[in-house]
Each structure stands twice: as structure tokens, then as C-alpha cells.
Design a protein around this ligand. Sequence first.
Ligand code: ATP
Ligand code: MG
Length: 502
Amino acid sequence: MSAINSEEIISILKSEIENYEMEAKASETGTVIWVGDGIATVYGIDHAMYGEIVIFENGLKGMVQDIRRNEIGCILFGKDTEIGEGTKVNRTKKKAGIPVGEAFIGRVINALGAPIDGKGEIISKDYRPIEHEAPGIVDRKSVSVPLETGILSIDSMFPIGRGQRELIIGDRQTGKTSIATDAIINQKGKDVICIYTAIGQKASTVAKLVNTLEQHGAMEYSIVLSAAASESASLQYIAPYAATAMAEYFMYQGKDVLIIYDDLSKHAVAYRALSLLLERSPGREAYPGDVFYLHSRLLERSSRLSDEAGGGSITALPIIETQAGDVAAYIPTNVISITDGQIFLESDLFFSGMRPAVNVGLSVSRVGGAAQTKAMKKASGSIRIDLAQYREMEVFTQFSSDLDDATKAQLQYGKGLMELLKQPLCNPLSMAQQVITLCAATHKKMMDVPVERMKEFQMQMLEYIQSVHPEIIREIEETKDLNDAVTEKILAAADEFKGRFQ
Ligand code: ATP
Ligand code: MG
């Protein structure tokens, strides 16, 4: 047996090490080994990053979503019938992104930024990654400027500030989308860019919404991004991130943006479908373990930047659909815990004619109070408590016939307040109009108006004050405050009008 020559082995190893070449090719190419359901498994790409875009031979794009030992899983942004086993795939080393810019305002686009409104190509100069880190704490400023929705029940009791995230939650057909569209319509002339993101909705529903916005001149400052129900789960999954990238473009220029995600329940469902296809293990309600991160990393990007960081803001109104009012289901509890409050819409209220169907007891706005104008704060005063008392008393007195006068008066007052909070669609009220309404109501100026004529009284009174006492409105708008003198003027004007009304 010949002895092992250690000298020789060492020299071979040394030369091996010296001649070892790092295999870092400029472009890596792989091969599709499995494709189906909008997912492709690719072999041979070793250094792909999570979220990187890969391009297939025929030009189809995909995004790396799953990195395993010898293969990667990609979601496809197109038809999976166009590729098959053996199709070559190239890395791009780029993260998924979307073209952004002013040219998109007034347009309807898909999740990849391509126009779908038939109004021609959109020329854009800029490009942003769809996934982006949220601004850090140092770059943020607290919420202090109101974002008025024009909806009396929201602006008075659950005010929203620029940079806030307020969830709109409720069963199907309870007016969730309507609140969002009314909020967009109310931004006219307020220097806010609105982005409406439709996820998993019927294309006809989106077309109707675009039509409504156009009729009210709201498309002039809005962008609609739609990943319809007929489109792939991959596009529905990236839609809200792409829309947020668009919003960030404006925010970092110091502009204020209002973004609506309609709705995140469907977004979670699309992500669940993708995750199951990628063979991730299912957890509660079959959602993957990272479904909380799915929405937290999205909503965390809404913020109000400090002046040094540019001073812009993104206000988010995510929408969640519940099943039979169950707010304790997985996705609703997640998103409730991420947002700064919720507007809870209730089917019972909706069907009883209370529209918008805001449940006063279950709704809350955690930071918006800081942004409410002094005038609104003073005018809305105790109406939340008044309404809570009214609802309680209503239940108690349902079956009793002989009520004392004080109770009767309180019931009458509560009923009147509820009536005032009803608001037809696309009919936003300005801050001054809301303040005048509340001021007159809380000072019991409308007690003797029959409930069924309450709305009529309100609208005519506002018109009367607008034409006869415009200085009241001007003063509220200018000072954004409600001092005793103005209150007196409002009450006098209300009395004056009441004389004419009856
Ligand atoms: P979906 O679950 O289908 O998305 P949704 O909760 O978004 O429904 P909307 O589509 O906004 O509800 O509204 C449902 C219907 O109720 C619509 O026909 C709308 O016109 C009507 N509606 C909503 N709000 C009001 C309102 N304030 N006054 C009168 N009608 C309203
Ligand atoms: Mg809707």
C-alpha cells in the first residue's frame, strides 16, 4: 500500500482553490419545469431575489415569490397557457415596479400601470418599485390636517386626518364603496389626489364608479387602478402595492393623497389562492401564516411626512367585507388592529333607511380628533353621547305608552339627530354647512320640526343662510372656529328661517 502523499494533496487543493472561479453570471437563465394556475416553477436560477421580476422566452413576466433549495416559484402576470415545460426564463435583477407620474391622473389603469380606459398610451417618466419601505418614525409628523369626507356622521363623530388609516367595514351591500366615492367627490378643490384601487370587483362595477366620478368632475384629480375579478390572482395581489407606489410618488413630492383599497378581503383571498398554489402551509381559515404582514406592510406606507421629508401624506381608507357582521373573523381583526380606527356599517341600519349606515357605537377614529377643526369640535360636542343615550332609551321605551315629557323630548331629539345624519349619495356637505346643522340641532332649534320633514328643513335652512347670511359661512370657513357671537348668529338665522318654513 503506497503511503498517501500529503504534499501532493495539499498542492492539488491549493491549485483548486486558486483556480476556483466564482460562478456569478451576468444573467442567469433557468427552465420552466412546471406551470399551471398562474404559477410557474423554474429550475436553474440560483440567485433570484424575492420579489424579482423574471422574463420568459415569449416576453411574459413573472415575479419570484417562493425560493426553495433547487427551484423558485413565480407568479405570472399573464396567461399561463403561453408557456410550458422547458420554456427558458431570464432574471432581470429588478424588483417589480410600476410607471408613475402626473400623466396617470384622470386615467383608469391595471395593476401593471397600463391604461384600460381606451384613451391611449400614458407617457410616464418615472418608475417606482411596488414594494417600498414605509417611512420611519423620524420622517413622520403627527396627524393635524383634516381630510373631510363631506359625510356629516363621519366628519362630526369619526373625523379623519390626512395621513390616517381609517377602515370601512361592513357586510356586502351596506354602502362601503359609496362612502369612499363620496369622500373622493368631496376632495374637489382641496388639493388632494385620489387613488381608487379596485381588487377582485366586476369590471362593470368599476366602470359605473368611474362614470360617477366623471359626472362629478372628480376624475380630474383621481386615478383608478383596477384588478378585476376576471384577472389573475397575481394581479389582484400586487394591485394595492402598485397603487401605493403611485401614491408615494405624489407624497414624496409633498402632495396629499387619498387612497382607497376596495377591498382587502378579496385581496387576502387572492393571496391565499397564490400561497396554496405555491404549496405554503395553510393556517387559520386556510390563510398562510404571513397574511398579517400582507396588510401591515401595505398600510404602514400611509403616513404624513415631516416637513424635512417633504411634507406630503397618504390617507388610506381600506375596505373590508364581513360575513353576517362578524368583525372577529381573521382578516377583519387583523386589519382593525393595523388601522387607526374603523367605520362600521350595519345591514340593519341600512335596511331601516339609515344611510350611511354608520354604527355609532362600534365605530371609532383614534387619531382624527387632533385634526378636527375647532368649529366642528365645538358643534359636534356631545352628539355621540346623545345618540348612545337615545338608542338605549329607544329600546327601553319601546313598549311603554305613558312617557313623561322629558323622556318624550329626549326621544324626539334623538330621532331628529338620526334623521339629520342621513345623507343621500354624492351630496357632500361642507364643513360650515355641517357646523351650522349641528349647532342648530344641538341647541334644539329643530325640536318642533316633524321628523319626516327634518331633511327638507335642514337643506332649506342651509340654502337660506347661504343666500341671506353668507357672512356666517364665510366666518366659519375663515376662522375655523365657532365663537359665541357666531353661534348666536346661527341660532338667530335658524329661528328666522323657521318662521318662514311653517
Ligand atoms: P358591495 O358589498 O357590493 O361592494 P357596498 O357595501 O360597497 O357593496 P355600495 O355599492 O356602496 O355598497 O352601496 C350599495 C347600494 O346602496 C348602492 O345601490 C347604493 O346606491 C346604495 N347606497 C349606498 N349609500 C347610500 C346612501 N347614503 N343613500 C342612498 N343609497 C345608498
Ligand atoms: Mg363595494
